[in-house]
Write a protein that binds this ligand. Structure first.
Ligand SMILES: [Zn+2]
Length: 250
């Protein structure tokens, strides 16, 4: 049930017909796991906190460094050296005390990842390691939890919703071969502009909200490619890949 303060706090999104009271209650009932509180995870988490997601489970094993502050907008100079999940949880509480925050302040291995996904309605992959992305994909396929995956580098980004429980492709269908290293994901080597991860993280939050309130999913079975240098946007249809070792389509 929404109280008077909730009706005021969320009034602008309650006015959106696809959200309304039922949608807001769905957001309040939701538990979302965010893996990676970096350039993507920060804006995604801030928007989800502001929107009134019931429980945000935040996972990151890294610490806030000076070179993060150019784009990781949930962290502050006062939080330098703090764990990123702890720092982001502080930002969530500052925005919305009505959100329950659960902190996982370490890198997830296969076992802890399984525990982290338990009881979660949606997972946001905002990590910067291929090993994490593949492991998270396998866990989400096994648990039947949809995986909303975002990535950004330099001035490009992409976004996809992998919902294998509804017959959709998985992350491994899109990227069959595990990359030998993480350099293509690493901002440290390729660089990235702050607003680029801001756009992708915001889109990730938007698609999460749309999914949770039951709006039509334009990203299901598709990947959105953004070139923010030319401001062009492409939506490519995705199929399940025969022989995919992770989702094993027949
Ligand atoms: Zn697959």
């Amino acid at each position: 049930m929404l109280g008077d303060a909730d009706l005021e706090r969320y009034s602008r999104q309650l006015l959106v017909p696809e959200v309304d009271v039922a949608g807001q209650e769905a957001l309040a009932a939701a538990t979302v796991l965010v893996v990676g509180l970096g350039g993507l995870g920060c804006p995604a988490t801030l928007y989800l906190a502001a929107a009134g997601i019931g429980t945000l489970r935040l996972a990151d094993g890294d610490r806030v460094e000076l070179s993060n502050l150019q784009r990781q907008v949930a962290h502050t100079e006062a939080g330098l050296g703090d764990n990123k999940a702890v720092s982001a949880a502080r930002a969530v509480r500052a925005i919305n005390r009505g959100v329950r925050v659960e902190v996982i302040d370490r890198h997830l291995d296969a076992r802890s990842m399984l525990a982290a996904v338990e009881g979660v309605g949606l997972v946001l992959d905002a990590s910067d390691r291929f090993a994490t992305r593949y492991a998270l994909n396998r866990v989400c396929v096994a648990a039947g939890v949809p995986l909303l995956s975002a990535a950004a580098i330099r001035m490009e980004g992409q976004l996809a919703l992998f919902d294998t429980a509804r017959g959709g492709p998985c992350y491994r269908c899109l990227y069959p071969d595990a990359a030998a290293d993480d350099s293509s994901l690493a901002c440290a080597e390729n660089g990235v502009l702050g607003p680029v991860v801001g756009v992708l993280g915001s889109l990730q939050a938007l698609e999460a909200i749309k999914y949770l309130v039951g709006m039509e999913q334009n990203l299901r079975d598709a990947v959105l490619m953004l070139d923010l240098r030319s401001l062009s946007l492409q939506r490519l249809a995705l199929d399940r890949r025969r022989g995919c070792p992770d989702c094993r389509p027949q």
